[in-house]
Write a protein that binds this ligand. Structure first.
Ligand code: SAM
Length: 239
């Protein structure tokens, strides 16, 4: 089982420290996008966490199942209204199987990068394909590596410097490694999230290895066009 970087300490302040991601202006377009793709079927969220997307998706009438490694994050989900009605398997989403067939699987908020080696990311696509109905879709939301901002020989990029939070990404270019460092000065809390960044073309190959093909790629949940200036992408592959 991979190491759990979302233990009690991180789970306790996850919703507060990711408050901008819980803003309805961020959540609602994502839920609209996903609900439309789920249609009359069920959805599987890999890395369901505290239910930021799953809970509003269930409220939209989509049955959601989840997989997550962190008991602590899932306990936070369970404590929310409706949270204890969502079936969640505790395990690694690259390999954990759940019962059922799904019209939609989704992996948002850069969480595919939490798989630290290419092999695990490839296996994850194969695991998703095994859960999808024919013509079911897999949606990934993930940042683009910011190598255009990283001078040769440097390893750190600041992504947030504010009184409440200092955030730095540490790049290991040779290995496509990225460690996200977060320091909260008021609480004296420091967390790191090691991961592996990927390119859109690499994700397309992983999808292809799993028997899926690219159907859509957007810059955001409002379907803005994906361009050379995009900082992230929302990609949809169909089985
Ligand atoms: C950044 S949080 C995202 C949570 C939720 N999807 C959201 O958008 O708010 C990442 C979640 O993925 C889970 N996770 C990370 N790696 C995992 C793995 N290999 N298998 C299962 N869950 C994993 C973490 O425990 C955490 O709950």
């Amino acid at each position: 089982m991979p190491e759990d970087h979302f233990g009690e300490r991180v789970a306790a302040r996850y919703d507060e420290s990711s408050a901008d991601m819980f803003d309805p202006a961020v959540v609602e377009p994502a839920v609209d996008f996903l609900a439309e793709l789920a249609g009359d079927g069920a959805a599987l969220e890999l890395g369901i966490g505290t239910g930021r997307i799953a809970l509003p998706l269930v409220q939209r009438g989509v049955p959601v199942h989840g997989i997550d490694l962190s008991e602590a994050m899932v306990a936070k989900l369970r404590a929310k209204p409706g949270g204890d009605e969502i079936p969640v398997a505790i395990g690694d989403f690259a390999t954990t199987r759940v019962d059922g067939a799904f019209s939609l699987a989704y992996l948002v908020f850069n969480t595919i990068m939490n798989l630290r080696v290419q092999e695990a990311q490839v296996t994850c696509f194969q695991n998703v394909a095994a859960h999808l109905e024919p013509r079911g879709v897999f949606v990934v939301e993930v940042m683009l590596p910011e190598l255009q901002r990283l001078p040769r020989g440097e390893t750190f990029l600041a992504f947030d410097v504010s009184p409440d939070h200092l955030g730095f990404d540490e790049y290991d270019v040779a290995n496509q490694g990225l460690i996200s460092h977060h320091y909260y000065p008021r609480e004296g809390e420091y967390s790191t999230f090691p991961g592996r960044y990927l390119w859109p073309s690499e994700l397309d190959l992983m999808a292809r290895l799993a028997g899926m093909t690219l159907r859509e790629r957007w810059a955001d949940w409002n379907r803005e066009p994906f361009t050379s200036e995009s900082v992230k992408h929302i990609s949809v592959w169909a089985k």
